[in-house]
Write a protein that binds this ligand. Structure first.
Ligand SMILES: NC(=O)c1ccc[n+]([C@@H]2O[C@H](COP(=O)([O-])OP(=O)(O)OC[C@H]3O[C@@H](n4cnc5c(N)ncnc54)[C@H](O)[C@@H]3O)[C@@H](O)[C@H]2O)c1
Length: 374
């Protein structure tokens, strides 16, 4: 199937099965909230993002997009968006695309991982209406900065994202991607989850539902205890328990280091469900491996310098995103919130720095996704 046809089919499917998005687009078409504005977005360039951008564009304005991560960029989506009239920057280096979006002087910004936020701070340019941050990693990054001179709406810490996307969206999608790449069933396999926050708890719950035995590592003993009461086995990071699969979900670079990997059994599969590509130290593994075997486009088998093999899926980038796997619903739901968040920033001047998500925005999203219920 030609890639443009694939994108068109995907968009038609989403429009049919998720009428909340069209309802949102119809509102924007009536309100035209972005008329005369430049909207800068830093997003994973998947067909889901294409759907969001298409609905947003019905509200007028100029759209400039950066690819959040080359590993999650779908070339056919880039082509489609450019045909729609969106300026898309994929960038050669890790921040080139973000630099290009900031150079367009956006009035309003939507960001993942606060990458555009950091670039705005570097360029000393404040988007007059502010920025919506989608991810937990982005919120952590912005809180490390002394003062943010523009409003930031935090949509990560609402009730919906944590309850639905982080937990169910990643948990379901990650294991679908694992099965698609390996063909393996989870039943009876030992799975280690590193980081038992919202994402890790979902990854663990779906693995357990698939018949796996789950062990959990977390630097916070409170999370370890909660994991135990959820029915998983808490273990130390260096515990030698011979897991078949190790999943990182901590948001911390190097959560699975080369030294940790030396202790894993032969052909252990390692997967990242967290944010960037650094949670698993794939760079060190690739540098020091004594053999590298590309089993498939996203399946690489390395011979660890200490002996034994490690199989990395998705090059260490978040696998559910790399594979565009799982139900689309949690992500689309969160995108609805992003769109309404941009409109909230547009409606009135908001204070500089982090703004908590107002409950009424989440209630509006819930009403869009539960038509006829309330
Ligand atoms: N793959 C996706 O589609 C997706 C979706 C949402 C969020 N995320 C990302 O997943 C990551 C986790 O999100 P969350 O909402 O679960 O965050 P969270 O803060 O709720 O959980 C992170 C957990 O990891 C633990 N931790 C931190 N460093 C650790 C380490 N080195 N070893 C062991 N445990 C460690 C923390 O104590 C915490 O319990 C974030 O980076 C987030 O951006 C990914």
């Amino acid at each position: 199937m030609a890639s443009t046809t694939r994108v068109q089919y995907d968009l038609a499917r989403i429009q049919t099965f998720f009428p909340a998005l069209a309802a949102l687009g119809n509102r924007f078409a009536a309100e035209r909230p972005w008329e005369g504005l430049t909207i800068g977005l830093n997003m994973h360039l998947t067909t889901l993002t294409a759907t969001l951008v298409r609905e947003l564009m019905l509200g007028g304005g100029r759209f400039v997009l950066a690819a959040a991560n080359p590993a999650t960029t779908d070339g056919a989506v880039v082509e489609y968006l450019r045909e729609l009239g969106v300026e898309v920057h994929t960038g050669a280096g890790r921040s080139d695309a973000q630099t290009a979006v900031v150079a367009a002087k956006p009035d309003l910004v939507g960001d993942v991982g606060f990458a555009l936020g950091e670039e705005l701070l570097r360029a000393s340019f404040s988007p007059p209406l502010g920025l919506v941050e989608i991810t937990g990693t982005g919120i952590d990054r912005l809180r490390k900065r002394a003062a943010i001179p523009f409003p930031v709406l935090n949509i990560n810490d609402g009730k919906l994202k944590t309850a639905i996307e982080n937990r169910h969206g990643v948990g379901e999608g990650l294991w679908q991607a694992y099965t698609a790449l390996t063909g393996q069933h989870l039943a009876g396999r030992r799975v280690r989850v590193i980081g038992y926050g919202r994402v890790g708890a979902g990854v663990a719950a779906y693995a357990k539902a698939g018949g796996a035995v789950v062990e959990v590592v977390d630097t916070d003993p409170v999370r370890q205890l909660i994991a135990r009461f959820d029915g998983h086995v808490p273990v130390e990071p260096d515990a030698v328990t011979r897991p078949h699969v190790v999943v990182t979900a901590s948001g911390t670079a190097g959560a699975l280091s080369l030294a940790h990997m030396a202790k894993l059994p032969e052909d252990a599969v390692v997967i990242n469900a967290g944010h960037g590509p650094e949670e698993i130290d794939v760079a060190a593994l690739a540098d020091e491996a004594t053999e590298v075997d590309h089993i498939g486009p996203r399946v690489v088998r390395y011979r660890h310098p200490a002996g034994g093999h490690i199989v990395v899926l998705g090059h260490g980038s978040p696998l559910n995103i790399v594979m565009n796997a799982g139900s689309n619903e949690p992500v689309l739901l969160h995108f609805t919130l992003l769109a309404l968040g941009l409109r909230w920033l547009r409606e009135a001047p908001r204070p500089a720095g982090e703004n908590k998500l107002p409950h009424h925005l989440e209630a509006e999203v819930a009403r869009l996704w539960l038509p006829g219920v309330r």
